[in-house]
Design a protein around this ligand. Structure first.
Ligand SMILES: [Mg+2]
Ligand SMILES: [Zn+2]
Length: 176
C-alpha cells in the first residue's frame, strides 16, 4: 500500500491553507504518478487539515476540494483516492495529527495492510516522523517543503526523490 501526503506532494501547498476547490492546483505530473501507482498498488491519502479546526473551512468544503482532486485524477486515468484527514487544531492533542501515526495506522487498518507492506510519501519532517512511528517506510519528495525537510535528521535518513512522479517510476521499475 502507498500512502501519500496531500499538500506539497499531490498539489501545490499554500501558507494560507487550501480553503476552496479553486485554490487546489496539482503539481505537474503528480496525478499521472498517482494513476500509475494505482495500477500496481492500493493508494490512499493521509493529510493534516487543521484549517478545519482553525475554522478556515469546514468538512463539507474539504469534501468539495477532494471531489475536485478526484475528478482531476480520473481525467488523468486514475481512480478516486480514499482520503484520511486530521481536522484538529494542533492544540487539540489528538492522536491523528502528524507527526503522530494515528492517521497512517487507520489507513492501513482500513485496507488490512501491515506497516511492513506500506510506504508513506511526504514533503515534511512530520510526515517522515509519522511514518517512522507507524512502522512504514518513509519517502521524502523534494516538492513543497521537501528541500527544508531534507536538512532535518529524519530527512537525511529518508529515501528521497525529486517528486512523486520520480518515486512512482522508480518503484514500478524496481518491482517489475
Ligand atoms: Mg505536505
Ligand atoms: Zn487529529
Amino acid at each position: 500500500m502507498i500512502l501519500l501526503d496531500r499538500d506539497g506532494v499531490i498539489n501545490l501547498d499554500s501558507p494560507d491553507y487550501i480553503k476552496h476547490p479553486d485554490e487546489w492546483h496539482p503539481i505537474e505530473h503528480a496525478l499521472d504518478a498517482v494513476a500509475l501507482l494505482q495500477q500496481h498498488y492500493l493508494v490512499a491519502v493521509c493529510t493534516n487539515q487543521s484549517g478545519v479546526g482553525r475554522g478556515l473551512f469546514d468538512d463539507s468544503r474539504l469534501a468539495d476540494i477532494h471531489a475536485k482532486m478526484n475528478a482531476a485524477l480520473q481525467a488523468a486515468g486514475g481512480r478516486s483516492l480514499p482520503v484520511f484527514y486530521c481536522p484538529h487544531h494542533p492544540h487539540d492533542q489528538c492522536d491523528c495529527r502528524k507527526p503522530k501515526p494515528g492517521l497512517l495506522l487507520t489507513a492501513m487498518q482500513s485496507a488490512d495492510c501491515s506497516p511492513g507492506q506500506c510506504v508513506y510519501v511526504g514533503d515534511s519532517e512530520k510526515d517522515l516522523l509519522a511514518a517512522q512511528q507507524a512502522g512504514c517506510e518513509a519517502v521524502l519528495v523534494l516538492t513543497g517543503n521537501g528541500p527544508a525537510a531534507r536538512e532535518t535528521p529524519a530527512g537525511r535518513a529518508a529515501t528521497c526523490y525529486g517528486n512523486l512522479a520520480d518515486f512512482a517510476e522508480a518503484l514500478i521499475r524496481a518491482g517489475a
